[in-house]
Design a protein. Structure first.
Ligand SMILES: NC(=O)c1ccc[n+]([C@@H]2O[C@H](COP(=O)([O-])OP(=O)(O)OC[C@H]3O[C@@H](n4cnc5c(N)ncnc54)[C@H](O)[C@@H]3O)[C@@H](O)[C@H]2O)c1
Length: 271
């Protein structure tokens, strides 16, 4: 444990699995106390997801994130709530504050990634739900935590957007719109609290090899990789390392950026 974030309290949403899980572990590795939040934490303890995860990633994900974090030697708490439910967000922030202390670091990572349909086929309900989770969920978490960070004169907000904000797929219009909204929200929040020691930045992950992505058919993965100059998927820990940097004291003067971590994807397809 490097200890750079010792005494800090972090809330990571969508931390039950995938990128959020890796971020929770990275922040714990830097010494932070971590609130591991997800909509259905129990879902990630022992069922199908773990079987896929073990088979394809080699990473031991059959331990719940909160236990993996505690094993690093920091305090942790597991909180189950839907980020789209504003009241539940406020209640959860209150419970985390009582349990671990005031929140210094917020990572808005929870997201719906599997709403696949063109504009012609997408229902309005599916559109609304995706915006409610991916965009408004982050807004509620910022609103519930940032004013207190500003009062204490220190805070870090890291929003997980996506390369889809800049190169949308025809099959994920709500996803792209929500992530573009996340980038704009990031810049607005950065300006709001910049003079009070609170930064807000966005990461735009490229194609990341979470266990679910790695369980896709080989030909689908190959088609994806043809678009990536690095010629490989990214790893959740590569997003987590950047999130941990943006959450660190060293990143105090980095504010309002939308940082691709994508193996060069946004430069265009390989020559
Ligand atoms: N995997 C990729 O290639 C990739 C690329 C770009 C961006 N991202 C972004 O990274 C983030 C994490 O993605 P992932 O690939 O790890 O996905 P994932 O589906 O493995 O994990 C997302 C997590 O968010 C949780 N979640 C979903 N809805 C929620 C809600 N309403 N309230 C609370 N938690 C909720 C899920 O339960 C899950 O644990 C997402 O915001 C996603 O858009 C992922």
């Amino acid at each position: 444990m490097s200890g750079e974030l010792r005494e800090k309290v972090a809330l990571v949403t969508g931390a039950g699995r995938g990128i959020g899980r890796a971020i929770a572990i990275a922040l714990a590795g830097a010494g932070a106390r971590v609130a591991v939040a997800d909509v259905h934490l129990a879902k990630f303890q022992g069922e199908r997801y773990y079987r896929i995860s073990k088979r394809v990633s080699g990473e031991e994900e059959d331990v719940a994130t909160v236990d993996a974090v505690r094993a690093i030697g920091v305090r942790a708490t597991a909180v189950e709530f839907d980020v789209a439910d504003e009241t539940a967000v406020r209640d959860a922030v209150g419970a985390i504050t009582s349990d671990l202390g005031p929140i210094d670091i917020l990572v808005n990572n929870a997201g719906i990634v599997n709403n696949i349909a063109t504009v012609a086929d997408m229902t309005r309900a599916a559109w609304d739900r995706e915006l409610a989770v991916n965009l408004s969920g982050g807004f509620s978490c910022v609103q519930a935590t940032a004013p207190a960070m500003a009062e204490r004169g220190w805070g870090r907000i890291v929003n997980i957007a996506s390369i889809a904000a800049e190169r949308p797929s025809a099959f994920q219009p709500a996803y792209a719109a929500s992530k573009a909204g996340v980038i704009a929200l990031t810049k607005a929040v950065a300006k709001t609290y910049a003079a009070q020691g609170v930064t807000c930045n966005a990461i735009l992950p490229g194609l990341i090899g979470t266990p679910l992505v790695r369980s896709m058919r080989a030909e689908v993965q190959e088609a994806i990789l043809r678009q990536v100059p690095a010629a490989r998927l990214g790893e959740p820990r590569e997003i987590a390392a950047v999130a941990a940097f943006l959450a660190s004291p060293a990143a105090a003067y980095v504010n309002g950026v939308a940082l691709p971590v994508d193996g060069g994807f946004l430069t265009g397809a390989p020559e």
